[in-house]
Design a protein around this ligand. Structure first.
Ligand code: AP5
Ligand code: ZN
Length: 214
């Protein structure tokens, strides 16, 4: 399976992607998780990216395209396909991705848009907890861990993302509407777009994603 998940911050990309990974044995390529792991390592790229991410901006197309190119060519897990989460996020990124995949003879099969109105996203984002090492996410109210502030699987502590505050979220949403939403039309034109109502509970969203893939 080779698909893209598109949606605003808090739409559920990172919640649904691991379920697709499990079902289709594909790789989860989350550019947000990749950048956060660079930050955790303290790399030069990570330090630069952190400044941009904390303000809710976008890292440059060039850096992001190279990051995905590297994954697609060198990550053996991509052999069985991939779930792109957070990439592409601009028209130039979408064009570069099409080009790369055309060269490999493995074009995208679907672009699934997770649609949610902005007003629902504030509570999702401000209540989110993540397990930094895996990128697994929980929610204080909507999807609480079994033990308060502890990851169900590893027993390690959960944290809040440093860009999960109302100020940065406003900028991330504005950026989504201005720079990312145009890729919805891009994929509608190429005939691989499907839309899902992602304001519903996670299990319902999951069912709709499966329908969109069939
Ligand atoms: P990224 O990590 O991709 O952040 P994002 O796009 O803002 O998306 P989120 O991770 O916030 O949302 P999600 O849809 O994954 O939500 P989740 O499933 O966790 O990127 C971060 C930053 O990195 C960017 O701002 C940018 O600076 C940079 N960057 C990354 N990629 C880039 C690129 N390609 N180009 C340039 N810059 C890039 O769910 C959220 C919460 O809601 C969770 O708590 C969850 O439990 C809960 N929840 C999920 N679904 C439901 C539901 N159906 N009902 C109720 N609660 C739900
Ligand atoms: Zn995410």
């Amino acid at each position: 399976l080779r698909i893209v998940l598109i949606g605003p911050p808090g739409a559920g990309k990172g919640t649904q992607a691991p379920k697709l990974v499990e079902k289709y044995n594909a790789a989860h390529l989350s550019t947000g998780d990749m950048l956060r792991s660079q930050i955790a390592k303290g790399s030069e790229l990570g330090l630069e990216a952190k400044k941009i991410m904390d303000k809710g901006g976008l890292v440059s197309d060039e850096i992001m395209v190279n990051m995905i190119k590297d994954e697609l060519t060198n990550n053996p897990a991509c052999k069985n396909g991939f779930i792109l989460d957070g990439f592409p996020r601009t028209i130039p990124q979408a064009e570069k991705l099409d080009q790369m995949l055309a060269e490999q003879g493995t074009p995208l099969q679907r672009a699934v848009e997770l649609k949610v109105d902005d007003d629902l996203l504030v509570s999702r984002i401000t209540g989110r907890l993540i397990h930094p090492a895996s990128g697994r996410s929980y929610h204080k109210l909507f999807n609480p861990p079994k033990v308060d502030m502890i990851d169900d699987i590893t027993g390690e502590p959960l944290i809040q993302r440093s860009d999960d505050n109302e100020d940065a979220l406003k900028k991330r949403l504005a950026g989504y509407h201005a720079q990312t939403e145009p890729i919805v039309d891009f994929y509608k034109k190429s005939g691989i777009w499907s839309g899902v109502d992602a304001s519903q509970p996670p299990a319902t969203v999951w069912d709709e994603i499966l329908k969109a893939l069939n």
